[in-house]
Each structure stands twice: as structure tokens, then as C-alpha cells.
Write a protein that binds this ligand. Structure first.
Ligand code: PLP
Length: 431
């Protein structure tokens, strides 16, 4: 059978396919695996109890069957959209109506639309890319373009940092000198600017100052600023440093129910100018008819009552902050006895991962990943996260891995012990 160019592009090996494949197999094969790969959220009992109660309530009041038995418009479930518009007005004072919100089948689906809406060939003959102000960025962006990948990114400034009085940490900062002087921006070859905040994979939270400067840059170049808020405020609120959330109609703010604990309902939320919302509805109609409604049926009452925000503040954020502390202490425990200087940890400011840097690691992180996988520990190697620039002369990209902190203590302990052992072996082999 022969596949078209589209078919070939979307069926070859990709970072996100490898990641989701590993995740699915680990969950279904029943073999013991230290699952530090993937982005499945944790099962937090207090949160799951609220979801279970809500399911019973919407089964009893008919909302569940109504949502299962009828399509919505291509824009998405009207009840959730109305609840969200009211909530954003109430909570943030934003001038938002139903015309500013569209739903998608997960936010991954939204990024596929947005990157193809703003990146690619344009009628005036120009060819535009999506600018990622700081790479590493979310691996799921990398292969989303229908044609050739159109991402351009800037490597980060790396600052040494302390965390709770301990050394051995670092933080990425946007290299604005390089970013603001990019020829592609001047030449009109950028269609949108996009960042995740908190950032997957690094757990970095771009500061309010950095966000304000990105906002100004996007406005100056008349392109939208896409903010991937999958881990951000007000839900799931997995953010451990002070940060503000802003929106106006040049910002496309993307939310997801996934990291609140509902990845299976595949519900993404896009808050944007009505023109963008209409474009998303059109894409939904062609590719999906309408987005899934079941997640909307669960989320609408939780948004209306403020419960999702409360759960995020009282359960989800504290849970992941504790997990981050635990994972850091396990890393410090296992990277001892002469191994201390071979590990640096990105400041755990948010999201559900820790980003580990092994300076001068003698083997590529991809090899480390394979060796760990062979012994039952899954991590994600760093290189595929460096989207949009040539990493051939950038060893840092091959010295990093991402680990999930959503697992229980025993899994984290065994997985981190295995990582330390393989890193030790790699350095010993090189010596
Ligand atoms: N954006 C980021 C930063 C993510 O980490 C993920 C999933 O891991 C997504 C978007 C897509 O998530 P979903 O499609 O489940 O909303």
C-alpha cells in the first residue's frame, strides 16, 4: 500500500509516538515498569472522588445522557462554553463572551489546528513559522505541521540556581537579545509565538516579566501569542512560584482538563479572538464534526461551582509540589558517592516533571533511555524537546532527560536509582 506525502509524514517514527507508545504499553502489559516517562497525571484520591460524585450527579440529572446522545455545534458544548465565559469574567475580569471560546478534543488537537493556521504557506507567497522563544519545548508540538516542520526556536540562557538552600539546580531564561533580533521576525516569516507555561519538559515557569516582553514582541510584529496553559492557572494550577495570568485578544490561551486528572475525556479549551474561535470551529467540523462532549458535561458543574479551581488549589498543586520535593530528595540520595557533579536539576517551578541535566554525559540521552528501558525504567530522552533549531553543535540537548513525578514513592525511588546507576556506568565506561 502506498501512502501520500501526508500519510508518510504522519506515520513515521516521532517523539510523541514513541512517548505515547511507551506509556500505553507500560499501562497495559502488566510487566513491572518504573514509569517515569509519559505525561499521565497522578491518581489523586480526593480529586477522583469528586469526579466520581459528579459522574453520579450528571447521570442522575440527565446531563450525561444528553451529552452522549447529541452532537454539539462545532464550537463545542454550549453549557461548558457559557460556564467558562462567566468564570473568566468573574475570576479575572476579562472581557470574554461565548464567542471567545472553542473546545477541542484535547489541547493537542488545538495545537495541531493553531500551528497549521499560523504556520505554513500564505496567500502573499510568504512562508511562516511558529516561533518558540525558548527550546526545550513540549515534544508534542514537533510533528504537527501538515507539511514540513515550521518551528524556529532560540536556545535558552542557563543560570545556576539554588533550591531550598541546596545547590545543583539551574533555570532556563529566554535569551531576549537573540530572540528580538531574529531576522525571521523582521522579515515577516513568523506566524505566531508559542510557549508552554509551566513548561513541559523543564518545569520552568516563565516569569511575568518574560511574559510581558513576549506579549509586547507579538503585538509589535502583529502575530498572536499562543500560551499553552495545560499545567497553569486556574486549573490544574500546578505552579509553585508567583505568576500572573493575562489575556487579551492577541493572546490565544489554551487550557486542558487533562492534567486535572481527566486525560481520557480529551477536552481542550481555547480562549481567543472570535476570528480564531470561528477558525477552530470550522476545523472541528471538518475533522471531527464536533468535539467530544462528555468531558464538558463533567467539567461544566465543576467550573460553575468553583470546585475545579478549589480542587486545583487545595489538592492538585500541593500534591505535585510534594512530589517534586520527594523526587528531588531521591535524586540527591542516589546521585551521591562521587556522582553529585554529574546531575543538575531544573528548578521545579511547575508541571508534573523534573528535567535532569547530566553535564558531559559520555553517551547521548537516547542511549541512556534505551539502556533504562531494557531494565524496566522509562524516561524521555531530551533531544526531541529541542524543537526548531539544529542541535548538532549543542551537546546540552543530548545531556538531558525528563522524568515524570506523578508516580508513587517506590516507583520514583527505584526509577531514580536505576537512572543514577546507568549514569554512573556511562561515566565509568568513558573513563
Ligand atoms: N501541552 C502540554 C504542555 C502538554 O504537556 C500536553 C500533554 O502532555 C498537551 C499540551 C496536550 O494535552 P491534552 O491533549 O491531553 O490536552
Amino acid at each position: 500500500m502506498q501512502f501520500s506525502r501526508f500519510g508518510q509524514k504522519f506515520t513515521r517514527q516521532s517523539g510523541i509516538l514513541q512517548l505515547m507508545d511507551d506509556l500505553g504499553r507500560a499501562l497495559s502489559e502488566g510487566k513491572p515498569v518504573n514509569m517515569l516517562g509519559g505525561g499521565n497525571p497522578a491518581h489523586i484520591p480526593a480529586v477522583e472522588q469528586v469526579f466520581a460524585d459528579t459522574l453520579r450527579q450528571i447521570a442522575d440529572n440527565g446531563a450525561a445522557i444528553e451529552s452522549l446522545a447529541n452532537y454539539s455545534t462545532p464550537q463545542g458544548d454550549a453549557c461548558l462554553i457559557a460556564a467558562l465565559a462567566a468564570y473568566f469574567r468573574r475570576r479575572y475580569g476579562w472581557d470574554v463572551t461565548e464567542q471567545n471560546i472553542a473546545l477541542t478534543n484535547g489541547s493537542q488537537n488545538a495545537f495541531f489546528y493553531l500551528f497549521n493556521l499560523f504556520g505554513g504557506e500564505f496567500d502573499d507567497g510568504s512562508d511562516k513559522s511558529i516561533l518558540l522563544p525558548l527550546s526545550p519545548e513540549y515534544i508534542g508540538y514537533a510533528d504537527t505541521h501538515i507539511g514540513a516542520p515550521r518551528f524556529l526556536s532560540v536556545p535558552p540562557l542557563i543560570e545556576n540556581a539554588e533550591h531550598n538552600g541546596q545547590s545543583g539546580f539551574f533555570k532556563y531564561r529566554i535569551d531576549f537579545a537573540a530572540l528580538e533580533n531574529l531576522p525571521a521576525l523582521r522579515e515577516g516569516k513568523i506566524g505566531a509565538i508559542c510557549c508552554s507555561r509551566p513548561t513541559n519538559p523543564s518545569g520552568n515557569v516563565l516569569t511575568d516579566g518574560e511574559m510581558a516582553r513576549l506579549d509586547a514582541l507579538a503585538l509589535a510584529h502583529r502575530v498572536p501569542l499562543i500560551i499553552d496553559n495545560a499545567y497553569g492557572m486556574p486549573f490544574p494550577d500546578i505552579i509553585h512560584v508567583p505568576a500572573r495570568l493575562d489575556w487579551h485578544d492577541n493572546i490565544i490561551l489554551c487550557f486542558s482538563l487533562s492534567k486535572t486528572g481527566l486525560p481520557g475525556v480529551r477536552t481542550g479549551i481555547v480562549l481567543a479572538a472570535p476570528e480564531v474561535v470561528r477558525a477552530i470551529a470550522s476545523l472541528n467540523a471538518i475533522t471531527n464534526l464536533a468535539p467530544t462532549r462528555f468531558g464538558a458535561a463533567v467539567a461544566a458543574p465543576l467550573i460553575e461551582s468553583g470546585t475545579l479551581q478549589q480542587l486545583s488549589e487545595r489538592e492538585i498543586q500541593p500534591f505535585y509540589q510534594k512530589q517534586a520535593g520527594l523526587a528531588v530528595s531521591l535524586l540527591k540520595k542516589h546521585f551521591s558517592d562521587g556522582l553529585e557533579s554529574s546531575l543538575k536539576i531544573h528548578l521545579p517551578e511547575g508541571a508534573i516533571f523534573l528535567w535532569l541535566w547530566f553535564p558531559r554525559l559520555p553517551v547521548p540521552a537516547q542511549t541512556l533511555y534505551q539502556r533504562l528501558k531494557a531494565r524496566g525504567t522509562l524516561v524521555i530522552p531530551g533531544e526531541p524537546f529541542f524543537i526548531g533549531f539544529d542541535t548538532a553543535n549543542y551537546p546540552h540537548a543530548r545531556e538531558c532527560v525528563r522524568i515524570s513525578i506523578a508516580q508513587d514513592e517506590a516507583t520514583l525511588d527505584q526509577g531514580i536509582a536505576a537512572i543514577a546507576e546507568e549514569v554512573r556506568k556511562a561515566f565509568a565506561g568513558a573513563a
